[in-house]
Ligand binder design. Structure first.
Ligand code: FA5
Length: 339
């Protein structure tokens, strides 16, 4: 077998495989060329009869040709299959389309959107601030001086380089930043990420979202705070959800209160999620401590204000019946596809 013979043979075979008009003709070509008694198969079997020095070349060329013809055969078969059920243009209108993968919003994003919408309707604007914050804004201007025991309320991540900055432990520093730059009335909400060196468990994550609220003007009262928070809770969870205002302490509000919502898991009987209390804490709040006005140049004789800060994951958990905050951060599609 010389290389010239091979070229002619290859050209002939390719011509026949390439021009077969339908699947029957293609099958006939397969049998005639690469089937058990096909021309190539027979030639391969005859190699041992060739002079010894011609055998390697013959083996290589015939096996290559056999492989090429098999690939050509597959390609032509696919061609017939694709156009098989089609009209004269080859387009099959009965063939099911490919369903595009549709992404969806993360439950935290959805919850943030819902919270923002409720407060926007009550007349609040949306403001933002930096996640890497100075000690001054995260603590001092919020009436938490160095060595104040209240600093222990927040397990803080400090930066090494440059030293002395913090990953904000709450969105409250934005209260100061906004008041510094804006005269009353101020009515804002601040959605954003916060960081704490809390040990992760069913209700604590080292990274979580808060929405801060601040309303400062002449004549703002605690009753207005309670009214706004109740409106918010009932808009988000339905009017039959129990809420309670529980006295609390924050250095930047006086008096302070936390808002709890009846535990969805146990209906108030006490379970692992609510640590037996029947209630889930969702936010801290209170009347802006007049000490803060000194830092921003407001007249405490003229204005009063209320502020609140809520945990968005806790609200998402309550809204969607999620019993472990960690599920929100694991990015498991089986979980995320349920929303
Ligand atoms: C504060 O952070 C205050 N800055 C809130 C505030 C603002 C009070 C304005 C008064 C006036 P606290 O540490 O309680 O408060 O956190 C507020 C909410 O954030 C909690 O109720 C909880 O819902 C959520 N939260 C706190 N730590 C975590 C955590 N590790 N993981 C998830 N959510 C958390």
């Amino acid at each position: 077998m010389s290389s010239l013979d091979y070229k002619a043979l290859a050209a002939e075979a390719r011509q026949i495989f390439g021009t077969a008009a339908d699947e029957q003709e293609l099958e006939a070509a397969r049998v005639a060329w690469i089937g058990r008694k096909g021309r190539i198969t027979v030639l391969l079997r005859q190699i041992p009869e060739l002079p010894e020095d011609e055998r390697p070349l013959a083996g290589r060329t015939l096996n290559t040709l056999k492989g090429d013809l098999s690939s050509l055969l597959d390609a032509r078969l696919r061609e017939f299959a694709d156009s098989g059920a089609g009209d004269e243009t080859g387009f099959d209108i009965t063939h099911p389309g490919r369903t595009p993968f549709i992404g969806r919003l993360h439950p935290i994003t959805k919850t943030l959107d819902d919270i923002i919408e409720v407060f926007r309707e009550m007349g609040f604007d949306v403001a933002e601030g930096p996640e890497v914050e100075s000690e001054y804004y995260n603590f001092e201007a919020l009436n938490i001086p160095e060595h104040h025991p209240a600093r222990g309320m927040w397990d803080t991540f400090w930066t090494k380089s440059p030293p002395g900055l913090v990953l904000r432990t709450h969105t409250s520093p934005v209260q100061i930043r906004i008041m510094e730059n804006q005269k009353p009335p101020v009515r804002i909400i601040v959605p954003g990420r916060c960081y704490r060196a809390d040990t992760p468990d069913a209700t604590h994550s080292p990274v979580f979202y808060q929405v801060e609220g601040l309303y400062v003007d002449e004549g703002v009262s605690m009753a207005m705070l309670r009214g706004a928070l109740d409106t918010f809770a009932h808009r988000l969870f339905g009017s039959d959800v129990p809420t309670r205002f529980r006295p609390s302490y924050f250095p930047f509000t006086e008096p302070s209160a936390e808002l709890d919502i009846g535990c969805f898991q146990c209906g108030g009987n006490g379970c692992r999620l609510c640590k037996g209390s029947g209630w889930l804490e969702i936010l801290g709040s209170g009347m802006v401590n007049p000490e803060l006005y000194g830092f921003v140049g407001y007249d405490p004789e003229k204005v009063t204000g209320y502020a609140f800060g809520m945990g968005v994951e806790r609200i998402a958990m309550l809204k969607y019946g999620i019993d472990d905050i960690r599920l929100l951060y694991e990015n498991d599609l089986r979980f995320l596809e349920q929303f």
